[in-house]
Write a protein that binds this ligand. Structure first.
Ligand SMILES: *Cc1c(COP(=O)(O)O)cnc(C)c1O
Length: 406
């Protein structure tokens, strides 16, 4: 197999359109990825043929929906190489997963004097839940410093890791800078002081092979919509012993075994964490995305993505008046920059007029923006369907932005 990017693009109907009279160049994959026909069809087929509630009906459609829903869990297990599909909990996405762990594990285990480390490059979704829980428990959120290049300061991490640290929650790939963090190393170091580790894989899952067992990760999470799947569905991986010891995060139907006013007992993991009717069609769509993704030649895909990003970085280095924000050695999927003398938002609007979709602003990561001395950036973020031609289109459009602005 090799990586035929044009054949892949042809499977994404949304890409074949004009925006403001120009071919769409979609470079906002860090915010969400587009969906291939396989995913759109799977969701449509589910609603046309199999739709029903799960785990409760005494009829054929409910059996079909339940089986598709549970097979989707197995697909996520395979994607993450988790030891058991029972270690996969459905959530709305990364944000809900972090809240689940922060509130369920944190409220049961954190006490005054304890510390939770997060990095200075986290998405707000991996900062604010910990701040909320620490405000309730008296524990403290402490940021792990980031270097000027936008890399995690591992020496500073070593200095912070002591017996006060009970939990480390860290992003795998920064959505603001593209920095790839050495998560295996961070997990090993945190475990040496007895701390648990959660990894926010929202930006990693579409770019790398993942292996929970090799990483010895305690918790890992991602959002389906950043892996060519639908919005509103994501997954939390957790080690079974940890999940079993954690109290429920939300209450309702499905997550209980028996309910009475004397005593309510809870269902087993993963159902203990899945109250109410889940996003069944979302799980079916995500399973289709994973099956589609697994059908690609992964090594060829990674080589293609690296070549496109390297080319973008090279163009950026040669572009007058452009400053890259984040210069980490290991990067994936993201080119974050500012143009001298211009506001990122103006650049984004002028790019859109030429059909180039990027994101501008602080990318839900205000602390890293202030650490690196910018209020925001222009972010071009790449997926497997992007090409060198997309990069050329971005820089040609930037030429026109400059003519307009200066
Ligand atoms: C997108 C993103 C999130 C939040 O994901 P949601 O799907 O909005 O819940 C968290 N962390 C990172 C690194 C992200 O890129």
């Amino acid at each position: 197999m090799s990586f035929d990017v044009q054949a892949i693009r042809a499977q994404f109907p949304i890409l074949a359109q004009q925006i403001n009279g120009n071919p769409l160049v979609y470079l906002d994959n860090g915010a969400t990825t587009q969906k291939p026909d396989a995913v759109i069809d799977a969701i449509s087929n589910f609603y046309r043929h199999d739709n029903s509630n799960v785990h409760r009906g005494a009829h054929t459609l409910s059996d079909r929906a339940t089986s598709a829903f549970e097979q989707a869990r197995v697909a996520v297990q395979g994607l993450l190489n988790a030891g058991s599909s029972d270690e996969i909990i459905w959530t709305k996405g990364t944000t809900e997963s972090v809240n689940l762990v922060a509130f369920s594990w944190g409220q049961a285990n954190l006490k005054p004097g304890d510390r939770v480390l997060v990095s200075a490059m986290e998405h707000h979704a991996n900062i604010v839940p910990w701040q909320l829980v620490c405000a309730k428990t008296g524990a403290e959120v402490v940021p792990i410093p980031v270097t000027d290049a936008g890399e995690l300061d591992l020496e500073a991490l070593d200095g912070l890791l002591d017996e006060r640290v009970k939990f480390v929650s860290i992003v795998h790939v920064s959505n603001a800078l593209g920095t790839v963090n050495p998560v295996a190393e961070i997990i090993a170091r945190a475990h040496r002081v007895g701390a648990l580790v959660m990894v926010d894989g929202a930006q990693a899952v579409a770019h790398f092979d993942l292996d929970m067992q090799a990483l010895d990760c305690d918790f890992y999470t991602f959002s389906g919509h950043k892996l060519f799947g639908p919005t509103g569905i994501g997954a939390l991986y957790g080690k079974m012993a940890l999940l079993e010891a954690m109290p429920p995060f939300m209450g309702g139907g499905e997550m209980i075994e028996t309910v009475s006013f004397e005593q309510t007992t809870f269902n087993r993991v993963p159902y203990k964490f899945e109250p109410g009717t889940p996003n069944i069609a979302g799980a079916v769509g995500l399973a289709a995305a994973i099956t589609w993704f697994n059908g690609l030649d992964r090594a060829a895909m990674m080589a293609h993505e690296q070549a496109v990003l390297d080319y973008a970085v090279e163009c950026a280095h040669n572009y007058p008046g452009l400053t890259l924000i984040g210069q980490a050695d290991q990067r994936a999927g993201v080119l974050s920059f500012v143009l001298d003398g211009s506001h990122p938002h103006d650049v984004g609007t002028l790019l859109d007029q030429q059909g180039v979709a990027v994101r501008t602003g602080s990318h839900c990561a205000m602390p890293i923006m202030s650490r690196l001395g910018v209020s925001g950036t222009v972010r071009a973020s790449f997926a497997l369907y992007n090409t060198r031609e997309d990069v050329d289109a971005l820089f040609a459009a930037l030429d026109k932005v400059k003519l307009f602005l200066f």
